[in-house]
Design a protein. Structure first.
Length: 197
């Protein structure tokens, strides 16, 4: 997930209070007025006197530590594979995921997808219906001891499943949800691992 905080904001046209959210590549402020900052507006962002300060002078009061963390996150965004926990040399499999760039990203990270569904570190499985979630019992044994299953599904109005349905199906198979990541503009991913102990 991105960053989220209630803040006091100062703009060239006055002050406001509201919710500040960052999900790369956008910084969104929801107050009296909704304001979106991206691209050039985020270049040169900095932390100053407890505020996150943008190039146009907009300021968001976050406190010293949080302002520095937000500035670092905006200036040095984590890649999708970083957010998904993909490390070089991992055994990774991808099933049903319609994402042309994913295979190349994994290969560049030295985690090219394998066909052998055994002892996997990560398994990416796309499911957009309850029927597709019925396949979970056959997929779970493919995970290594510390392996994780990422269930990828459409988000927004195009979603065929709700997150709660995905979580209920996975929990019903003894899995524990631990993370959600914006997989792409149209897809979301929920991470599950086996219950410990």
């Amino acid at each position: 997930m991105g960053k989220d905080a209630e803040v006091r904001a100062t703009f060239t046209d006055g002050e406001d209070a509201g919710r500040l959210q960052y999900e790369a590549p956008k910084l969104l402020f929801r107050g009296t007025e909704r304001r979106v900052f991206e691209g050039e507006a985020l270049k040169g962002v900095r932390a100053e006197a407890g505020d996150l300060v943008l190039a146009d002078g907009s300021r968001f009061a976050l406190g010293d530590k949080a302002a520095a963390n937000w500035a670092d996150a905006i200036l040095n965004p984590r890649s999708r594979l970083d957010k998904l926990g993909v490390k070089p040399g991992m055994r990774v499999a991808v099933l049903n995921v319609a994402d042309d760039a994913l295979g190349g990203e994994l290969a560049a990270r030295d985690a090219a997808p394998v066909d052998d569904l055994a002892d996997l570190d990560l398994l990416f499985y796309a499911a957009d219906s309850l029927a597709q979630l019925d396949r979970l019992p056959e997929l779970i044994p493919a995970l290594g001891d510390k392996g994780a299953l990422w269930i990828v599904s459409r988000k927004g109005k195009a979603a065929g499943l709700k997150d709660v349905e995905v979580m209920a199906a996975a929990r019903g198979q003894g899995l524990v949800d631990s993370k959600v990541v914006g997989f792409s503009d149209t897809l979301t991913a929920l991470r599950f691992t086996r219950r410990r102990g």
